[in-house]
Design a protein around this ligand. Structure first.
Ligand code: GLA
Ligand code: ZN
Length: 695
């Protein structure tokens, strides 16, 4: 695009895009730079046929945009941008900083990461920069700024997409130096660091900051990849995560110099463990994320991730930046999505707060390690495929109805589940008490039961706020600092119902055991003392005796992985007891009442599915939270428009037909038909019922 072309963009009306609330952005990653230009024109026609209205471009083009340190060349991207405008497509413009150019790696080797084994990388792969390299930071920010200067005036630009799927760590000397500065700023003196990390353990006492190194395999990581000093390992994660966020902020600031308005985002990855996504909430104009459920991923697990990503954006709608239209590339086996499953997963995402439906990718690569990845258009240009047809149908449907969905928000949760990245880190880097404990899996166990009952649920961080919820579930909330502990105490004191489990409230933010009787900061409210914790042989469980409550024929509940041996306070109610081991008869589930119906339920073990259901019954007793019964695999959830109109989504994530009776009258916006009491859902069927306010 010449300067003239840019000027000619400036006076034009922008096309409607999802982000202005009129029609959902529908499209995805598109890499025309991998193809000769003849192919581009044909692609534009096919996008129109597929009802695609947007492309995410420039994700991995740094090396082409900047062939050497002093030379920028935007000619190709200009052509691509101009083409999209004539094709009537919105653009999600990436900044390309997620993969280093080879010349940059060669000229400034310090931009390449040093891996966990201490090896300096050459140019390789992608997602590869040392985030603390001043050269990387200078050139990535420069590139983002130049892109915004050039393409900021382009009217069909809908959003900015910084980097791509930030992930990983670097362990180089630059990072070590920056880490020491970070420690100095945080702790002031090296003695404070010693104190914070309990460095006297294994003789680690430091006498100067220069003695401190990133905890990689050459240093303080155990053979099993666990932390030697929890405080050191946690601080390195925090330090590195903050640097990644700063790098995002630098690029965003450079964009903002030229484009004051367009939303800026980066694509996240659900429960991805490396960085605490809650730290990003204030910096993202809109959350976006990449959803890649495997054939084994349950609907509950996918919905949990959508809900978590919505939580990062303070429960506001988000962008489904990527999903595959057919098969993936990185799984042990990459099954095709079944007929209509793409539509089902897309509506599932919308039902949990997605305002866009985007794919990786629009045209399959001819070569490279993603050449077998699913795409809307085949590498041979094929469009006579089931995938293409389903994409086109979904595009038509979204174009028709998205106006009725956009602007609505997901029904606020009645129950909240706490998800805490630092607790995940702390548990994963601990050497005990059981390697079978997986934090994410534990949170999912509780989410699954709430999801099964179709109870509106929000995921929240330890920052809360808790007051909006009738019950708060905090599974294995291992790390609990003063502030969240005080907030949870206030919540329970005001009549909230809090569920804690074993491995809760054990350590402070530096992985130091709280001093006193566990669960120390909440012990009095919990009404129990944890005397000791037994770890079960992998795969083994201990029966849980809930007394009368277990109906004959129901599967017998059991505790798994870890069993606290509890001593309840005199006023504490015992709701279940262990039915085995030397602690048979000892309380396994307790309730300590606070004000009103409030109080703390303490689950001393990690119950299996049957046990989780009984614990949830006990948690919700005394609240007016009721779910909606649906056949297994059929979910009901709602979005609400500002005028109070309710959209009820029924999503069948199974390959069988089901009928459901959600008790909602109205019109199915997908078919225009009014729906009766009983709703038939075909395999992977979806119904979206619109009910006027108060209806
Ligand atoms: C990620 C990346 C894409 C692509 C897809 C493949 O989400 O962001 O570039 O590699 O995975 O599934
Ligand atoms: Zn580094």
């Amino acid at each position: 695009m010449s300067a003239d072309t840019t000027a000619s963009f400036a006076g034009q009306q922008p096309p409607v895009t999802a982000l202005d609330g009129v029609s959902a952005l529908y499209g995805g990653d598109y890499n025309p730079e991998q193809w000769p230009q003849e192919v581009w024109a044909r692609d534009m026609e096919l996008f129109r046929e597929a009802n695609i209205n947007s492309v995410t471009i420039n994700v991995f083009s740094w090396a082409r945009l900047q062939p050497s340190e002093d030379v920028y060349d935007f000619a190709e991207l200009d052509k691509i941008v101009t083409m999209t405008r004539y094709a009537g497509l919105s653009i999600v413009m990436a900044t390309s900083t997620g993969a280093l150019p080879a010349w940059l790696s060669l000229r400034h080797p310090e931009v390449n990461r040093v891996d966990h084994q201490g090896r300096r990388m050459r140019h390789r792969e992608r997602h590869n920069p040392c985030i603390n390299s001043p050269v990387y930071r200078r050139l990535s920010t420069e590139l983002a700024g130049r892109l915004a200067e050039r393409y900021g005036p382009v009217p069909n630009l809908a959003a900015w997409h910084v980097s791509n799927e930030y992930g990983g760590f670097c362990w180089c000397d630059i990072c070590a130096g920056a880490f020491r500065e970070w420690l100095r700023a945080r702790y002031g003196t090296v003695n404070n660091v010693n104190e914070a990390w309990n460095a006297a353990f294994w003789g680690h006492t430091y006498h100067s900051f220069e003695e401190i190194f990133p905890p990689n395999e050459l240093g303080d990581t155990t053979a099993g990849n666990k932390a030697v000093l929890g405080g050191l390992s946690l601080d390195y994660r925090r330090f590195y995560g903050e640097a990644v966020l700063e790098s995002f902020r630098d690029e965003k600031a450079a964009i903002r110099q030229h484009d004051p308005d367009r939303p800026v985002t980066t694509n996240m990855m659900g429960t991805f463990p490396d960085y605490d996504y809650f730290q990003w909430s204030e910096d993202l104009d809109i959350v976006s994320w990449d959803s890649y459920p495997s054939p084994e991923t349950t609907a509950a697990e996918t919905c949990f991730r959508h809900d978590l990503m919505r939580a990062v954006g303070h429960q506001k709608p988000f962008m489904l930046m990527e999903q595959t239209p057919s098969r993936q590339n990185w799984q042990p086996y990459n099954a095709l999505k079944r007929p209509q499953q793409l539509r089902q997963q897309s509506w599932q995402a919308i039902s949990r707060g997605a305002d866009t439906v985007q794919f990786f990718q629009l045209r399959q690569s001819r070569a490279g390690c993603e050449k077998f990845h699913g795409a809307v258009i085949g590498a041979d240009g094929s469009s006579q495929t089931r995938t293409f047809t389903e994409v086109a149908q979904l595009g038509e449907e979204l174009a028709k109805v998205s106006r009725r969905v956009l602007g609505s928000h997901v029904e606020p949760g009645k129950v909240a589940i706490v998800f805490d990245w630092p607790s995940n880190w702390g548990l994963a880097m601990s050497t005990g008490p059981s390697q079978s404990l997986d934090y994410v899996a534990q949170v999912e166990n509780w989410y699954r039961e709430i999801h099964r009952r179709n109870i509106p649920v929000d995921i929240i961080s330890t920052a809360g706020p808790f007051d909006d919820y009738q019950a708060v579930i905090a599974p294995c909330l291992y790390m609990l600092g003063e502030q969240p502990a005080a907030a949870l105490r206030a919540y329970v004191g005001d009549g909230g119902r809090l569920l804690l489990t074993t491995m809760s409230a054990l350590v402070d933010e530096l992985d130091r055991l709280h001093q006193g009787q566990a669960p120390v900061p909440l012990r009095d409210l919990a009404g129990v003392t944890v005397e000791e914790t037994d770890a079960l042989r992998p795969g083994h469980s201990v029966a849980l005796d809930f007394g009368e409550t277990v109906l004959a024929g129901a599967s017998a509940p059991a505790g798994t992985i870890l069993c606290d041996v509890l001593r309840p306070d005199p006023d504490t109610t015992v709701l279940a007891r262990y039915g085995g081991e030397y602690y048979a008869g000892i309380p396994a589930l307790t309730f300590a009442a606070s004000a009103g119906n409030g109080g703390v339920l303490y689950s001393a073990s990690l119950p299996d599915e049957a046990g989780v259901a009984l614990v949830i019954d006990a948690l919700l007793a005394g609240t007016d939270v009721r779910g909606t019964r649906t056949p297994a695999g059929v979910a009901v959830s709602r979005r609400i428009r500002p005028d109070g109109t309710v959209l009820t989504f029924l999503v069948n994530s199974t390959s069988e037909s089901h009928s459901a009776t959600p008790g909602t009258a109205g019109t199915d916006i997908l078919t225009g038909h009014s729906v009766g009491e009983t709703i038939e859902l075909g395999p992977y069927g979806v119904v979206v019922i619109e009910t006027p306010a108060g209806g």
